[in-house]
Design a binder for this molecule. Sequence first.
Ligand code: IMP
Length: 200
Amino acid sequence: MNLVFASNNQHKIREIRSILGNSFTLLSLNDVSIHEDIPEDEPLLEGNALSKARYVHNATGMNVFADDTGLEIEALNGLPGVHSARFAGENKDSSANIKKVLLLLGKTENRKARFRTVIALILEKKEYLFEGIVNGSIISEKRGKEGFGYDPVFIPDGKNLTFAEMDLAEKNTISHRARAFEKLKEFLHQYSVSNNKETV
Ligand code: IMP
């Protein structure tokens, strides 16, 4: 069975294909001829993931999943959260986003933060949500060149390296996104077993 991933980010699509394996066909937005920007203006990650999945489901009638991720900083009451991509402006500039976070935090002692990914799945017209979290802290200067977004200032709990100092394989063993997608994978596996389908 085909499953649409509501994204055109090739990097993400490759990453998710490698997590989910070959047991079903993963299609991108391009593959289903959706070329417009899907609105992401809900106040919560859950709402954004659901509204993206519903948009694609309504347009195609197909099974679909969508994800949304945010960095939630305790001392900033959960900001940048759902605003993570555009925290410092519409052009999604990661350096400017990090600068703004560090400025707002200043010398605040509480540096606790977490990345949270929410996936919304619509499968045979039913909706499901999956969550993946990695807890950590924000350091006061950027370190490392790998990854993207806020990776250079985020150190996951139990590690000494920022996400930007890890290679992708190491990041993927603990990341929020990997955890959420592992849950999706397990669900799809159980679903196909209990419905006696070879593939979902
Ligand atoms: P998206 O929902 O995956 O597009 O993520 C929204 C924003 O959160 C991105 O533009 C990044 O700023 C940030 N973000 C998401 N995942 C990561 C990550 O793994 N590392 C660093 N920043 C991330």
